[in-house]
Design a protein around this ligand. Structure first.
Ligand code: NAD
Length: 458
């Protein structure tokens, strides 16, 4: 889209927002219902598009893309009216008499930039929250999932006039052009390095924002863990979407005494999960560059299982690697693919110093039956969100805010957290005129009375 067309679009969204009082909550709920039925009528096309983009299995599309989106739509359709009601709060003594309220108002024009790894869900979920809260949206999907971007564009243009929501397709230049404009809110999901660039670009307008980023998510297994269950839940969370999940375990830290036994369990679980030799229940790497980067990560590594790959199909098998050097390429950045490094630890201090050498992660997982150990992990580490005795499932509870901390992100969303993300809390104090206590006005003759009053707070 040309710069001039972007500016015209922004102007039309500004006009739409000018008449925001016409865009009642009822109308917003109604358009969310239309969005839901339109998605429903295009389900098969969505499944096909994501398959074309990276052979994501239909079951994974239904569970990790469509289910999540329907749930978010349902929660907003059900709760928007209730959540949007202005909230009365008790007033300050000093303002007596007054009645004080918080109004939940839209930010205005929201720019959503989405990644390719859950190409439908990570584009639509923020859009749902933004639209529900009365904002307009410009959505830029990832250029690396072009089939999904096409169906996203079709659905959004079927449901919305562009003055309310519009998909703009394109790559980095398009994203940069969009970021050059003045937005009221930017919602970015993507990698840490690009998150840094985005944050610098929007700083010039001091635009409020959410950054949903990534990082190296540790997964800790102590000697008391139920190893059979842990093996299944770790293999599922790691190799779903072929490891291309922001909250997938990045590396395992396991009590040295049970490491060998646990590795055997991981291997037998993988053999059971992927018995189909064609790997039909397993996605492919999104593109050749990503495939090559991941295969390159395996150079000179101690691969204990997997490692098979095929450049023609961007296929890389689920792979386990024993204790790679922390200075290796594999461990320098987020892996974001089906390679799982496994380290043994002997003491809690060793565990702590290893994990703390990385930035605060988006997620942390701990498998243990010992409450004391779990408590210690929770007290010693900071992370965006975590799970005890499973991986990635915190994502599905819409009552939990989802987001990172430090380098893994800024802000959060999902369910009510999305409502707070896409509205601004606007306070309004309504003073009454039937009483006007004169103490605050000059000349200041009541210093000693106020000192007595202050005693109540001292
Ligand atoms: P990416 O950062 O390469 O791209 C994300 C989006 O940013 C794309 O739409 C892309 O076109 C755009 N972009 C790329 N370069 C840009 C630039 N210089 N300026 C402005 N925009 C630019 O990320 P990706 O490869 O699509 O996705 C993978 C990353 O996203 C991983 O790091 C993963 O952890 C993270 N992620 C985070 C979450 C989360 O919810 N926290 C979810 C999914 C993925």
């Amino acid at each position: 889209m040309k710069e001039r067309d972007i500016k015209d679009l922004i102007k039309s969204q500004d006009n739409f927002l000018e008449h925001s009082t016409e865009h009642t909550i009822e109308k917003r709920i109604s358009i969310l219902k239309t969005l839901k039925s339109t998605i429903k009528s295009h389900e098969q096309e969505i499944v096909d598009a994501i398959y074309k983009d990276f052979q994501k299995p239909e079951f994974e599309v239904l569970t990790t893309e469509l289910f999540v989106v329907y749930k978010e739509l349902n929660i907003f359709i059900k709760n928007l009216k209730k959540w949007s009601k202005p909230k009365s709060v008790s007033s300050a003594w000093l303002n007596f008499p007054s009645s004080d309220k918080i109004y939940y108002v839209p930010w205005g024009k929201v720019l959503v930039i989405a990644p390719w790894n859950y190409p439908f869900q990570l584009a639509i979920t923020p859009l749902i929250g933004a639209i529900a809260c009365g904002n307009t949206v410009v959505l830029k999907p990832s250029e690396h999932a072009p089939h999904t971007a096409d169906i996203l564009e079709k659905i959004i243009s079927d449901v919305f006039e562009q003055k309310q929501a519009k998909v703009i397709q394109g790559a980095v230049d398009t994203a940069k052009n969009l970021l050059n404009q003045k937005w009221d809110y930017v919602f970015f999901t993507g990698s840490v390095p690009v998150g840094r660039i985005v944050s610098q670009q929007i700083a010039k307008h001091m635009t409020p924002h959410t950054l949903e980023l990534g990082g190296k998510n540790p997964c800790i297994i102590d000697s008391s863990a139920n190893l059979d269950i842990a093996a299944k839940r770790i293999c599922w969370g790691k190799f779903l979407n072929a490891g291309q999940t922001c909250i997938a375990p990045d590396y395992l830290m396991i009590d040295e005494n049970i490491k060998t036994k646990f590795v055997e369990k991981l291997i037998s679980t993988l053999k059971e999960f992927y018995k189909d030799e064609a790997y039909g229940d397993y996605a492919r790497m999104i593109h050749a560059d990503h495939f090559e980067k991941l295969v390159g990560f395996l150079d000179d590594q101690a691969v204990i299982y997997g490692g098979e790959h095929n450049a023609k199909t961007n296929f890389l098998a689920p792979t386990l690697v024993d204790s790679p050097e922390f200075s290796s390429d594999l461990m320098k950045e987020e892996i974001f693919g089906p390679i799982l490094p496994i380290y043994g630890y002997s003491t809690f201090d060793e565990l702590k110093s290893t994990i703390k050498a990385f930035d605060k992660p988006l997620s942390l997982y701990v498998f243990s039956e010992q409450d004391q150990f779990i408590k210690k992990v929770n007290q010693n580490f900071d992370f965006g969100g975590g799970v005890i005795n499973d991986t990635i499932v915190h994502f599905v509870n819409d009552k939990l805010p989802f987001g990172g901390v430090g380098a893994s992100g800024v802000g959060n969303y999902h369910g009510k957290a999305s409502f707070y993300t896409f509205t601004r809390q606007k306070p309004l104090v309504h003073r009454k005129n039937w009483l006007d206590i004169p103490i605050k006005y000059p000349p200041y003759t009541k210093v000693s009375s106020f000192k007595s009053f202050l005693n109540l707070f001292r």
